[in-house]
Design a protein around this ligand. Structure first.
Ligand code: SAM
Length: 206
């Protein structure tokens, strides 16, 4: 994990300046998410990166705990929140694996572009289930490398094996939704516009 943390710390500044690759898709995911947000809700976002998504959702909920294991990502996120005068997000450096369950349960948990980066996705999904209130919503967006065509499918894992990139978990959207369901959720919504696009999943805790 230390190697992956170092990777994200090194690229945090560059990551924060990158334009969104698919703006229309991003806006669609924000709109789908906001259909389920209410002003009294408590939200957790893990792997929040530089906080862009948390900052967009913040006006629609009571509070967001936004965590990332990269201190550089969190430093940028905190600066953005201060500049935007947003006061209802607590940005903290933490892995999702070490986030204390004593901090309580959430109405909504977001895990965006992170499930394919985890060392033990099943363990994290089980933890997310414990952290979410009954009937609460887990919202994720994940690269499904099993559905990718072309060289990226082969080069990305090689980059991980050569220790140039974080190690990637390769799964299909069907495998992902099955894993999420096994953790104690029903899949409310799956949106994957093409096999090589991220799978956006909204899953309700049962
Ligand atoms: C691809 S970036 C996505 C950032 C943001 N969610 C977004 O959609 O732009 C993945 C982020 O997850 C963080 N991360 C990866 N594994 C993590 C873990 N186990 N716990 C907390 N953060 C993690 C990385 O530091 C990085 O900021």
């Amino acid at each position: 994990m230390a190697r992956s943390v170092a990777f994200w710390n090194i690229i945090a500044g560059h990551y924060s300046r990158q334009p969104i690759a698919d703006e229309a898709g991003y806006q669609h995911k924000l709109a789908l998410t906001q259909q389920h947000l209410r002003s009294d809700m408590r939200v957790l976002e893990f792997g929040c990166g530089t906080g862009s998504t948390a900052l967009i959702h913040a006006p629609h909920v009571a509070h967001i705990d936004a965590i990332d294991y990269s201190r550089k990502m969190i430093a940028i996120a905190k600066a953005k929140a201060q500049a935007a005068n947003v006061g209802n997000i607590t940005f903290e450096v933490s892995t999702i694996e070490q986030w204390p369950e004593a901090r309580g349960q959430y109405d909504v948990i977001l895990g965006l572009s992170i499930l394919h980066l985890l060392e033990d996705k099943s363990a994290v999904l089980a933890k997310v289930r414990r952290l979410i209130k009954p009937d609460g919503l887990f919202i994720s967006s994940s690269a499904c490398l099993a559905g990718m065509s072309g060289v990226a499918k082969f080069l990305l894992p090689i980059g991980g094996a050569l220790r140039l990139l974080p190690k990637l978990d390769i799964f299909s959207a069907a495998e992902l939704t099955a894993d999420i369901a096994r953790a104690g959720f029903v899949i409310d919504h799956l949106w994957q516009p093409a096999p090589d696009k991220a799978a956006f999943v909204m899953a309700r805790a049962v």
